[in-house]
Ligand binder design. Structure first.
Ligand code: GLA
Length: 391
């Protein structure tokens, strides 16, 4: 089993705390975003992958109405009654679990009838932009659905996690992180179409690999920058709905050519924000056709373009990420590089030749240290299977 040692640790902590084996344990991986940035809530397209690090959530029904959750990594424990499930400021990690529980029962968690006992633990680095919170939500939702006998399709489960983010964690995210964690496949990319919630997998082949390079810049989506980008996109979509002849509900419906023709009618900042997801959609579709032809160098070039668009238009990059991409551009065995996920810190995703990985990591570390004095963390990431029950 992938990450067996984390599984063993979760089960042993569960047995120690609750005196029996868990009734159900689920595993959910983190994700990397490969191409298509801030397109999910604009009903657009993304290439992503589930990674080889994740979170296990072990649970059993409780005797009474209390829910007790142990965060194995943090050595913390919280409890609440099923009649009093609400967002909490303290131990804010619990919001991902309690919010997911809340929406698994359509906002009426008391209907669960009884509480649950749970332990979770994982090995996704926090603050790296690898969606540790979505992994926790997806592991939670699978294990709790199992112990309560709730049956829902995968996309509905992903949306339950997204609702927990919106209403309990305060982040107005799209569906990318949860969907990637659920729909990932070993050795493959997930190609998502968020208008129709269609998720397919595309095999990558072994001649390339992904390297994640984590800067030490802070990554925090709840502080308003993510929300303000989303708002700008929605405002732009409304504007285009008024000037274009065809129906527009989201920026998915607007092309780059239309932005060039009409975007001048928008306030300058809104116009800058809008062209990023519009261009990203076009890059993902072009990238799909390049992948079909096996043109990995062409695909990588689109990743560089994507980062440039983040830097110039969406302004969701930061100096540390720009530095990593600039260094990556000088290395012949790096085919492409861009920020991955919300932005404003976190990690860059590099498309690399696997044999050259050690040399690439050393070159990036050395050049980055010269600028910032500290070292980024470089790690080869294996596209892996999505969330599933393991026991
Ligand atoms: C974060 C959000 C996702 C998505 C990405 C940017 O990861 O949680 O929904 O919007 O940023 O593409």
């Amino acid at each position: 089993m992938q990450n067996q040692e984390v599984y063993d640790s979760v089960v042993s902590k569960f047995e120690k705390r609750f005196g029996s084996r868990p009734a159900a344990t689920a595993y959910a991986p983190g994700r990397i975003e490969v191409l298509g940035n801030h397109t999910d809530y604009n009903e657009g397209f993304v290439f992503s992958a589930a990674i080889d690090q994740g979170t296990f959530f072990a649970a059993s029904p409780a005797e009474g109405t209390l829910c007790t959750i142990v965060a194995g990594n943090l050595d913390r424990e919280v409890s609440f009654d099923i009649a009093d499930v609400r967002p909490q400021k303290e131990d804010s990690w619990q919001n991902y679990v309690s919010g997911t529980f809340n929406w698994l029962f359509d906002g009426e968690p008391a209907k669960a009838g009884r509480g649950f006992n749970a332990v979770f633990e994982g090995n996704i680095p926090l603050g790296a932009g690898l969606s540790s919170s979505a992994a926790l939500e997806m592991a939670t939702v699978l294990a709790l659905a199992k112990i309560y006998g709730v049956e829902k399709d995968a996309t509905t489960l992903a949306k339950i996690g997204q609702k927990a983010e919106h209403t309990f964690a305060g982040c107005p995210c799209g569906l990318l992180d949860q969907a990637s964690s659920l729909y990932g496949k070993a050795g493959a990319l997930v190609k998502s179409d968020f208008r129709y919630c269609r998720f397919e997998t595309v095999d990558m082949g072994g001649s390339v690999a992904f390297m994640m390079v984590k800067s030490n810049a802070k990554h925090e989506l709840v502080d308003g920058a993510y929300a303000s980008r989303r708002q700008a996109c929605e405002e732009a979509a409304k504007f285009f709905a008024g000037v274009l002849k065809h129906p527009v509900t989201h920026l998915r419906d607007v092309s780059c050519a239309e932005w060039i023709l009409y975007g001048g009618g928008l306030p300058e900042t809104i116009a800058k924000r809008a062209v990023h997801p519009i261009g990203e959609d076009e890059r993902v579709l072009l990238g799909a056709s390049l992948l079909e032809k096996g043109d990995l160098a062409g695909f990588g070039a689109l990743m560089f373009d994507s980062h440039e668009s983040s830097r110039k238009w969406f302004e969701n990059s930061c100096p540390e990420l720009d530095t990593i991409v600039d260094i990556a551009k000088t290395l012949p065995d790096v085919l492409g590089a861009r920020l991955s996920g919300g932005g404003f810190g976190g990690s860059c995703c590099l498309l690399v030749k696997p044999d050259a990985a050690d040399g690439i990591a050393a070159a990036i570390t050395q050049a980055y240290r010269k600028v910032y004095g500290d070292e980024p963390t470089c790690r080869l990431v294996k596209p892996s299977d999505g969330a599933h029950l393991v026991g």
